[in-house]
Design a protein around this ligand. Structure first.
Ligand code: AMP
Length: 277
């Protein structure tokens, strides 16, 4: 696997390749969820690349940024095992030539002000800036993202539309631990007991899915909030949305594709998950 630390080096390498590129942007601390994206990209492209860059502007909480796990040696090992062709280890200076204090804004509409957008102001502008910057450097045919970050998938879809980009967005299913906990780099910050309790997020989502025909959404939402609080979580949101346009819904609507999204804090770790209904 080629490892590039400079924009010009990855660009020179890619300029010699005429084949389709599949690209997986990440913030590192890789786990099997990330690797599943690399594997999917390998099936559909001649060249597969991954980037690792902990993007400061998408963190609205400095402590969260500073505590973000870094496991580079293991990441490289996993990517080599997955036969990823290249890794771009982007640097802060090159990704932000104008510095990180410049405000980058994208016309994301309500996506920027509901759920994750509301709880993490500026988060999606930071995501859009870095994805756009990386796409300009890599010019992939296909971009691989995880449905684990459902709202982020919608945001990137909107970004590609805003940029009239030809890049094909491929959303991949969420990989989970045996107990249902969605794999996440942030799980590394949970202790052993918290890791066991953290399955309550997925339990909540499956409880709502299994009972959606018996009760209104609000009843299920209130039960889930109570259960989460009993287990020591601080719930953020448990919301129902149209899975196609992300319109928030008060109740189940059989004429729509729906998704339930959940965010809750356990200890000092904020976890998110979602499930299609
Ligand atoms: P991150 O490093 O957290 O920014 O994630 C990089 C990419 O991996 C994003 O597109 C995520 O949605 C995706 N991803 C993260 N966790 C999972 C998972 N458990 N299953 C599938 N994809 C994931």
């Amino acid at each position: 696997m080629y490892i590039f630390k400079k924009q010009k080096d990855v660009e020179t390498f890619l300029s010699t390749q005429s084949s389709s590129i599949g690209f997986v942007p990440t913030m590192g601390a890789l786990h099997p969820g990330h690797i599943s994206l690399v594997e999917k990209a390998k099936l559909e492209n001649v060249i597969t690349g991954c980037s690792i860059f902990i993007n400061p502007t998408q963190f609205n909480d400095l402590a969260d940024y500073q505590k973000y796990p870094v496991t580079l040696e293991n990441d490289v090992r996993l990517l080599i095992e997955a036969q990823c062709d290249f890794l771009f280890l982007a640097s802060l200076e090159e990704m932000y030539p104008g510095g990180t204090s410049v405000k980058y804004e994208f016309d994301l509409g309500p996506l920027n002000t509901v759920l994750e957008g509301k709880y993490r102001p500026g988060h999606f502008d930071g995501v859009c800036y870095i994805v756009d910057r990386l796409l300009n450097i890599i010019s992939p045919a296909r971009l691989y993202v995880g449905e684990k970050d459902f709202q982020q998938c919608m945001v990137i879809k909107k970004l590609l539309a805003l940029k009239t980009s030809k890049v094909q967005l491929v959303t991949c299913p969420t990989l989970r631990e045996e107990n249902g906990l969605a794999m996440s780099s942030r799980n590394m910050r949970l202790d052993d007991t918290q890791r066991i309790i953290a399955d309550q997020l997925f339990k909540s989502l499956t409880y709502i899915m299994e009972n959606q025909h018996e009760y209104p959404f609000e009843v299920l939402q209130n039960r889930v909030i109570k259960d989460l609080e009993e287990k020591g979580f601080i719930p953020g949101y448990i919301s129902l949305a149209d899975a196609d346009n992300f319109e928030l819904l008060d109740d189940f609507d059989r004429n729509r594709n729906m998704v339930v999204l959940i965010a809750a804090v356990l200890g000092d770790v904020r976890l998110i998950d979602n499930l299609r209904m």
